[in-house]
Design a protein around this ligand. Sequence first.
Ligand code: GRF
Length: 207
Amino acid sequence: MKARLAAFCSHGGSNFAAIADAALRGEIPIDVALMIHNNARAGAAARAAERGIAAAWVPRGGFPDDGAYEARLQELLDEHAIEYIALAGFMQLIPRSVVRRYSGRMTNIHPALLPLFGGRGFYGSRVHEAVFAAGMKVSGPTVHLVDEEYDCGPILAQRAVSIEDCRTPGEIAARVLVEEHRLYPETLGRLVRGLYRIEGGRAVLAV
Ligand code: GRF
């Protein structure tokens, strides 16, 4: 049985594509059934179309209030029988009702080693600029469960990459992104296989 997953994206969607491709190759027991984006120009939409994955544009600003926005998200998730949500470069806060409903089944990827360089204000290129300014010698992606605060849920997986020879924040971003594309599908595969358990707020891999 494959787990039905929705990805939420705002921009290029390269992580979404990496997850979808790993699923299409049969490497993870996941069916990427839906991609929701909040930005009409998101490159993720073309990537969904190329792969025959349903896509829905759900801009928060297109709804009169939070309730109507939440209802539309819930409706789409129900319509596609979604069991797991992977946030992949989604720049909008997920409504509380959706976070609660998918507790333990919603993940995010952050392009730095949390809890460093995370939380409010650390998004997009700002993350890598801060890592660069701090003179860090390693960085790397973090995949975590989503709870009601920014970048705060239990960490499922991290991978350190050397950035010692990176000369710009952009070089760091590119190096970390390569690892994101490996780590996110692998981690989702483990999650849907039930290989994580939460102990005292920490995620423990049961292998
Ligand atoms: C990635 O670096 C991800 O970690 C961050 O936003 C970026 C999204 O890239 N949250 P893409 O849309 O997956 O190409």
